[in-house]
Write a protein that binds this ligand. Structure first.
Ligand code: UDP
Length: 339
């Protein structure tokens, strides 16, 4: 199969490409505008491909999905069998300030990409969605049938894309999809070859790692008055390589001719902000400075996946369900990018 990975030079996309190289013989093309992805990541992935004995390596298109004519030409010549679509804007506060960026970059570009897939006989589409489509759910463990009611433009831009994809699939019998709703992804490649390199990071584990290595003076805990055992928010943190392997399982599932579907990807249990901070202090053996701050707007108290569906239907299982390991790999990568 020839697979086009949009956003393959970015954090999650690159871990998926790495696993595709290491465990399959598929031909891989990456399309990335390098707004948050990195050419050095593509170089590393090509090195991994060479180490595996691939002479061909990865085809890299340095292109933006908004350039419809250019993307169309890539589809004309590419003969893609599947598209894995990671390229997106993902910062919630930015989506509130600049919603049109999110609707253009996420919803409009995804719609165009789906249109090209149906026009050029791409069979399968795997879509990066988010637990943000659930908004502030009433039940602490959300299933795929929990009501979707996103509370910010980011979540809405992703939910709309899901709906476009579902409608397109209904109308095109030879086209199938899997939607993966990610919980809190963190950590980095166990061999420290790739990781998350994103300026102005806001995600908890990344921020804590940056505080350990001193690129931040301190970090803040946003709210300790939630209705949780220690008062801080609880999230379902999943190692990026477990999230990546869900994509490979999803591709196999579609190749088996199974029905289009949506899956939560998380471990099904969570940790509080204080537990994460404590774990980072333990694994780094550093007592970095942590300040208490008011609640951050739009944070639900608890967000944990019910992952029964992905475990039973995709036969996905976690390998790295260990908060200390997640923190260690995030920290190792942070030290690497700092140097
Ligand atoms: N958080 C925090 N300090 C930080 C970053 C995050 O206390 O510097 C909290 C945040 O309020 C939330 C949890 O950590 O309760 C996870 O936030 P993150 O931004 O990592 O992911 P989200 O769940 O918002 O997608």
């Amino acid at each position: 199969m020839h697979i086009l990975v949009t956003g393959g030079a970015g954090y999650i996309g690159s871990h998926v490409v790495k696993q595709l190289i290491e465990t399959t013989t598929h031909r891989i093309s990456i399309l990335d505008n390098l707004s948050t992805g990195h050419r050095s990541t593509v170089d590393t992935l090509n090195q991994i491909a060479r180490d595996k004995g691939s002479r061909k390596g990865i085809t890299f298109y340095h292109e933006d999905l908004k350039h419809f004519d250019t993307i169309k030409k890539i589809f004309e010549t590419g003969s893609f069998d599947a598209v894995m679509h990671f390229a997106a804007s993902i910062v919630v506060p930015e989506s509130v300030e600049n919603p049109l960026k999110y609707y253009m970059n996420n919803t409009v570009n995804t719609t165009h990409l789906i249109q090209l897939c149906t026009a050029y006989n791409v069979k399968h589409f795997i879509f990066s969605s988010t637990a943000a489509v659930y908004g502030e759910p009433n039940e602490p463990q959300v299933t795929e049938t929990t009501r979707t009611l996103p509370i910010n433009p980011y979540g809405r831009s992703k939910l709309m894309s899901e709906q476009v994809l579902q409608d397109a699939t209904q109308a095109h019998k030879d086209f199938s999809h899997v939607i993966l709703r990610y919980f809190n992804v963190a950590g980095a490649d166990i061999h420290n070859r790739i990781g998350q390199s994103f300026p102005n990071a806001t995600h908890l584990i990344k921020v804590a790692a940056q505080t350990v290595i001193g690129s931040r003076e301190n970090m803040m805990i946003f709210g300790d008055d939630y209705a949780t055992p220690d008062g801080t928010c609880i999230r379902d943190y999943i190692h990026v390589d477990d999230l990546a392997s869900a994509h490979l399982r999803a591709l196999e599932y579609l190749e088996e001719g199974r029905d289009s579907s949506v899956f939560n990807v998380g471990y099904g249990h969570g940790y509080s902000v204080k537990e994460v901070v404590l774990t980072m202090k333990e694994v780094s053996n550093t007592d970095f400075s942590v300040l208490m701050a008011p609640r951050r707007a739009g944070d639900p108290a608890v967000l944990i996946s019910n992952n029964s569906k992905i475990k039973s239907v995709l036969r996905w299982s976690a390998q790295y369900d260990d908060l200390a390991l997640i923190c260690q790999t995030a920290l190792a990568w942070e030290r690497t990018v700092q140097n």
